[in-house]
Ligand binder design. Structure first.
Ligand code: SAH
Length: 217
């Protein structure tokens, strides 16, 4: 796994591009400037790794666009030591960015193939991220509550179980909608008290329900 000067140069350019698109959180920019995004790609697609685009990662899924990762990571307002739950591990890139920012990351993926591939990659890279194979709609009740929850697939509505697993004072960042998603933050100000805000339109792969049920369809 090589991280060359060329890769570092391309990462610098990507960070400048994200700044020009309005990303200002220095911890986010520093993480994106450090994480070798090309290692989350198949080797034959390396030239695409530092373009500000989403890209296929197999199993019909995509690695999120760097701009989207930057927006979601900024909205989470990560503080060192925050316990963060991610729904949709995918390539693991978003989880790696949060880990680099000092979060304790727990991430769930419903595609077994991706879960296995990404778990190996995280071990190889030395990123201590707790990964789970399962249905993100259920969250991780035994590890709850979380300071922050990030959903990286398009959710038709706010999953009730995830709201319950958010700590009072915590933030959920969730792209809401079927074909186009509105980036939404939910601040849990107290038990059962929420402030909801919208942050523009994005496009995500869908958040799917129970795998066994979907496979039958
Ligand atoms: N954060 C990822 C984005 C991957 S795309 C990255 O940085 O690469 C979204 C992922 O959400 C896909 O891998 C998809 O399989 C997964 N997903 C969809 N519905 C899910 C669910 N109910 N539970 C867990 N993961 C889910």
């Amino acid at each position: 796994m090589i991280d060359s000067f060329r890769h570092k140069g391309l990462r610098k350019k990507l960070v400048e591009e994200l700044k020009s698109k309005g990303i200002t959180n220095n911890n986010v920019l520093e993480a994106i400037g450090t994480i070798p995004r090309h290692l989350f790609f198949e080797s034959s697609f390396l030239e695409f790794a530092y373009q500000d685009n989403a890209f296929p990662i197999g199993a019909g899924q995509t690695i999120s666009q760097p701009y989207t990762v930057a927006v979601q990571s900024s909205l989470l307002d990560i503080q060192k030591g925050d316990k963060v739950l991610e729904i949709g591990t995918g390539s693991g890139y978003q989880a790696a960015v949060l880990y680099h920012m000092g979060a304790k990351v727990f991430s769930i993926e419903r595609q077994r193939e991706l879960y296995i591939k990404t778990k190996t990659l995280m071990t190889d890279l030395g990123y201590r991220i707790k990964m789970f194979y399962g249905d993100g709609y259920l969250g991780l009740p035994s590890y709850a509550p979380f300071n922050k929850i990030i959903i990286t697939c398009g959710a038709p509505s706010i999953p009730e179980k995830l709201l319950e697993q958010l700590k009072p004072g915590g933030i959920m960042v969730i792209p809401l909608g079927e074909t186009v998603q509105t980036m939404t933050t939910i601040h849990k100000t107290a038990e059962l008290e929420y402030i909801r805000k919208e942050h523009g339109e994005f496009r995500f792969v869908p958040m799917l329900g129970n795998k066994a049920d979907n496979d039958k369809k």
